[in-house]
Design a protein around this ligand. Structure first.
Ligand code: ATP
Ligand code: MG
Length: 393
């Protein structure tokens, strides 16, 4: 069966009152981006409070649906068959043949729901539904009408042409990316941070990212893994500007100057400071991490407080209350898991102490950081000025 269009259903964004058009425009923009890699000339149109995708003559149905299922804001995707308006008698024939093609042996309960978008159409919606219902009953003797709880709802929209659909494929929900500002994701090669980025993007937030590497202690391959993860997240979030920061000298300096059990905390404080610098530069309104309470020593409440202290922007941690298994489930769903578990070293793990502090005392940390006074400003300056920016599409 060939579908000529998709009718896009969106819920949350429809309630936004006067701002509704902004949300619809963002949705349309993200849909166009998502459909770009799918072969064929798809046209996304917004018309009388509805968003449609008009499909080319030939296209890969599954590929198009999968692309749309990654666009936040979409609640449902209904494949539509479009007929020319050649009078009501022909409409009846078309609707019955559409039913025959899709549900050859239909014997359940149904109703016809008609929406007359073209108000000048001579027959009103109730009459259209009733007449089409009778024709379907004639064609499918085992079927029966149930207007309250039908197994199948056949929707007919009378526009310039006649649109017929009966199914809704679920979308990802959420809000269109770009409707809730922008935030900076600290993206490592692990399982948690790509999931964190996905979750914040789902709320309509555009994301940029920063990755800290430590060559030659971390390899080119470890960096490539992060680029690959960013590409996978970008399938949902749209383009990401990835900042790759060389963190080696800062790490080595902290390693030389500070107590080793405080290394991770102090290092994470410097990561946050650098991430915040790029966040502000890019117009981001917050930072995003993949931290979850208690997962590792640097994620106790005391450690999180110590990391947080250096930030002036809010830090969003969408997986903070999730168990690892729950995070893994999402990473499988969004297809980042297999990439995340590739075994490449991360800059955090290289200099990690045997017994890192789990309850860092802020006064102690401040005192340790004073030991960095001599060179840290210059090293920060270098790290900031040698950043490599990769545009992920
Ligand atoms: P993940 O699976 O996301 O790597 P994790 O469980 O390994 O998380 P940590 O290594 O403590 O936890 O990192 C906590 C968070 O800090 C990460 O989720 C990520 O947001 C950020 N982060 C850690 N390492 C890096 C890095 N090399 N570059 C950028 N961000 C990082
Ligand atoms: Mg990690």
């Amino acid at each position: 069966m060939i579908f000529h269009a998709f009718l896009i259903k969106y819920a949350e964004i429809a309630i936004k009152g006067k701002n509704r058009y902004l949300f619809e425009d963002a949705l349309v923009k993200q849909m166009r981006l998502a459909l770009e890699p799918v072969e064929g000339d798809f046209r996304v149109i917004k018309e009388q409070g509805r968003v449609y995708v008009l499909c080319p003559e030939e296209y890969d149905f599954d590929e198009a649906v999968e692309a749309l299922q990654r666009v936040f804001g979409i609640v449902g995707i209904s494949p539509v068959v479009i007929y020319e308006d050649q009078g009501f008698e022909q409409m009846g024939k078309d609707v019955v043949s559409c039913m025959k093609a899709r549900y050859p042996e239909f014997s359940g309960t149904f109703k016809v729901y008609t929406r007359r978008a073209r108000k000048s159409y001579p027959i009103n919606s109730m009459e259209v539904s009733a007449s089409l219902g009778r024709l379907i009953l004639d064609a499918f003797p085992e079927a029966s009408v149930d207007v309250h709880n039908p197994q199948l709802t056949l929707s007919v929209e009378i526009r310039e042409k006649i649109y017929v659909y009966s199914e809704t494929i679920p979308g990802p929900g959420g809000m269109p990316v770009g409707t809730n500002g922008k935030a900076m994701l600290l993206l490592s090669g692990g399982i948690d941070s790509p999931v964190a980025g996905y979750m914040i993007a789902k709320r309509g937030v555009k994301i940029d990212a920063v990755y800290f590497h430590a060559p030659p202690y971390t390899s080119e391959r470890a960096k490539q893994k992060v680029v690959d993860l960013a590409k996978l997240v970008a399938r949902y979030s749209g383009p990401i500007r990835l900042h790759v920061v060389n963190f080696t000298d800062i790490q080595l300096y902290i390693y030389d100057q500070c107590p080793h059990e405080e290394l991770t905390i102090i290092m994470r404080r410097y990561m946050m400071r650098i991430a915040e610098h790029f966040a502000k530069k890019c117009g981001c309104l917050g930072l995003i991490t993949g931290e979850s309470i208690g997962q590792v020593a640097s994620q106790t409440l005391q450690s999180l407080a110590a990391t947080n202290e250096v930030c002036t922007l809010p830090v969003y941690r969408p997986v903070i209350g999730f168990d690892k298994q729950e995070i893994v489930e999402i990473s499988r769903k969004i297809d980042t898991f297999e990439t995340s578990i590739q075994p490449f070293e991360d800059c955090c793990t290289i200099f990690v102490a045997k017994h890192p502090v789990t309850k860092p005392n802020l006064n102690v940390i401040h005192r340790s950081e004073t030991k960095l006074e001599e060179k840290i400003d210059q090293l920060m300056e270098e790290a900031l000025s040698t950043v490599e920016v990769i545009e992920i599409n």
